[in-house]
Design a binder for this molecule. Structure first.
Ligand SMILES: NC(=O)c1ccc[n+]([C@@H]2O[C@H](COP(=O)([O-])OP(=O)(O)OC[C@H]3O[C@@H](n4cnc5c(N)ncnc54)[C@H](O)[C@@H]3O)[C@@H](O)[C@H]2O)c1
Length: 429
């Protein structure tokens, strides 16, 4: 084995925001496996330790840093151009979802990677968590029979609805991408993975229910800082409450969470805007109905106004049912009415004790024991998978992983086409 194959994979990070920092943390935790050799970001590059910095992704790639992997964690609209440029230069990619904002661009990226034998692994971190991998393993064991239907809800959490769907980077589809692609490509990825089949047709409805200009209270200002106290103090959506309040659930999105920095966020950035005075045009609730090959049906509810940011799932099979609340799986086997509850909190034993009931399941689930990163360990497990494929993956394995993200994107584009056309059924090619 040569020195390069033995040493850490060298990588550059394009976009040092929330996601860039999440992946770069892997190099700090596992310096023997990953080394960050360059970072590009106009504002936050230095939040990631690196020997070299650039202010823009293009300048960085033009310098052709000696690296094998590029993390593309830029705003959605920049993914396509950055991905094509980096692939053209021969870099493998960990490309945040969405791959790109149109179907044609997504296909171009995948085709180019395949032609060059390079890896494009997408930020679909959920399939790399124990919880979701265990659902896959239970289905694959065959103990519960065939999957007939899936009812799944992606609850954004009311605080994230205001942050992401109204004030923030994903509120305007033209500036980023359709919200059903942005938020739910994860969910479509799970469905296609669990079922191991392709989606045939899709129909969808959704709209903006609350964050509309006509709902702005009389006398409310454009920014929360300027709003009369009589209105601002009673407002659920007050930016002061969301970002400066003791119960703020959004601080983790920012590199600098000092009081001074967060006050600047409220005072100077888009996150300080009144939720009724933004340029948001993406739905705050959307439903998608899907039919997969073989007839299994799936319904997805994307709901903005919920207490928690969590995914819940009910999977009906011919011989049993799986019900998940985001951390615990409740399984029922109809033949003997036997039930099990598998906890995925820190003390959860996982599937191992159930190996006899679900043959093969305990072994087939990747056992990402680590909860050392966000998304239940999924962020780091995804990086581990990327590094493994780059060092040991066959060309076929790399191609299979590169192509697997396309299906989720095609479902999302079809759902958006349907929603914009009054819910018409869209057939997937
Ligand atoms: N996989 C997931 O679960 C998940 C979660 C959130 C976001 N995302 C995706 O990750 C990507 C990044 O999202 P984020 O939440 O980290 O956003 P972010 O705004 O925190 O980070 C994006 C960074 O890109 C930088 N940037 C902008 N223009 C640049 C340029 N020309 N050159 C270099 N850097 C530039 C910005 O300054 C910012 O720091 C998005 O595509 C988003 O859809 C994925």
């Amino acid at each position: 084995m040569d020195e390069k194959a033995r040493g850490p994979v060298k990588a550059i990070v394009l976009g040092a925001g929330y996601r860039g920092r999440a992946y770069a943390a892997y190099a700090t935790a596992h310096p023997d496996r990953l080394e960050i050799v360059g970072v590009a970001d106009p504002e936050q590059a230095s939040t990631i330790m690196s020997p070299r910095y650039w202010g823009d992704w293009r300048e960085c790639l033009l310098a052709r840093p000696d690296a094998d992997l590029v993390f593309i964690t830029l705003p959605d609209a920049l993914h396509h151009q950055a991905a094509i440029t980096a692939l053209d230069m021969g870099y493998n990619l960990l490309l945040e979802k969405p791959l790109a904002t149109t179907e044609a661009q997504c296909r171009e990226i995948i085709d180019m990677a395949n032609a060059k034998g390079l890896l494009v692994i997408t930020g679909h971190v959920l399939r790399h968590t124990r919880y979701f991998a265990h659902i896959k393993a239970i289905i694959d064991s065959g103990t519960l029979g065939e999957v007939v239907s899936i009812a799944h809800q992606e609850s954004a959490g009311y605080f994230k609805a205001a942050h992401s769907l109204c004030r923030g980077n994903w509120a305007n589809a033209a500036k980023s991408s359709p919200i059903i692609l942005q938020k739910c490509s994860h969910d479509f990825d799970l469905f296609a993975w669990w079922l191991g089949r392709r989606c045939r047709r899709v129909s969808s409805f959704g709209s903006i229910s609350l964050f509309r200009k006509e709902n702005r209270p009389d006398g409310a200002a454009e920014r929360c800082e300027d709003c009369p106290g009589s209105i601002e103090q009673g407002c659920i959506w007050s930016a002061r409450r969301m970002y400066l309040g003791e119960d703020s659930k959004l601080g983790y999105m920012f590199a600098d969470t000092s009081r001074e920095a967060m006050e600047r966020v409220v005072r100077e950035t888009d996150f300080g805007r009144c939720v009724y005075a933004c340029d948001n045009d993406v739905p705050d609730h959307q439903v998608v109905s899907m039919e997969f090959e073989g007839g299994a049906t799936v319904s997805l509810v994307m709901a903005g106004f919920t207490e928690h940011n969590v995914r819940s799932t009910r999977i009906s099979c011919t011989r049993g049912e799986i019900v998940g609340d985001g951390s615990t799986l409740h399984i029922c086997r109809f033949v003997d009415n036997k039930t099990w509850d598998i906890s995925h909190d820190a003390t959860g034993a996982g599937l191992s004790p159930l190996a006899a009931q679900f043959p093969g399941a305990a072994n087939s689930a990747p056992e990402p024991s680590s909860n050392e990163s966000r998304h239940g360990g999924g962020d780091f497990n995804l990086v581990t998978e990327a590094l493994h494929l780059m060092k040991n993956g066959s060309r076929d394995a790399i191609k299979a992983v590169t192509e697997q993200s396309l299906e989720s994107h095609l479902i999302a584009f079809a759902a958006e086409e349907s929603r914009l056309n009054g819910g018409k059924v869209v057939e997937l090619k």
